[in-house]
Design a protein around this ligand. Structure first.
Ligand code: CU
Length: 154
């Protein structure tokens, strides 16, 4: 039993110390597949502040594209516009949903076409010197889409 406990600690400790630093939890991240010629792709996820203080997401980067911006889609007079955001603020315990038609990350200038099934690495910068690395799949999403700028019929 003691040996088992020691074994558990051996494995648990590196994760525990990591969890202590990381108050940002990211779930259900995915990138929306776009036509091969697309110069931007939307990326979506659930962001959760598991800490006891406000968390500020300052930006993100990915090896698959030139840069990543934080955007918010707003509808003005029936037209969808994307407004760049300086940062995202999460109150303690808050979950913010990045989803089509709302907040999202914009992958700008992809180095190559991203297809459904591909994986995208992303590094999220928050609270000054913290980073969170995630890997997200590219998915084909044709349902529930508010953005009709790309058509699939010819
Ligand atoms: Cu955008």
């Amino acid at each position: 039993m003691k040996a088992l406990l020691r074994l558990f600690l051996l494995f648990a400790l590196p994760f525990a110390s990591q969890a202590h630093e990381s108050t940002l939890q990211v779930e259900d991240a995915w990138v929306r597949e776009a036509p091969p010629t697309a110069r931007v792709l939307g990326m979506f996820m659930q962001l959760h502040n598991a800490g006891s203080e406000e968390l500020v997401i300052e930006g993100a980067s990915s090896p698959v594209c030139e840069r990543v911006e934080i955007h918010r889609t707003v509808i003005e007079e029936g037209v969808a516009r994307m407004i760049p955001q300086e940062e995202l603020r999460l109150a303690p315990g808050q979950t913010l949903s990045l989803e089509p038609g709302s907040y999202h990350l914009m992958l700008i200038g992809p180095h190559q076409a991203l297809r459904a099934g591909d994986e995208v690495k992303l590094l999220i910068q928050y609270d000054g010197n913290h980073v969170q690395r995630i890997v997200a799949p590219v998915r084909n999403d044709r349902g529930g889409d508010m953005d009709h700028s790309h058509h699939h019929h010819h």
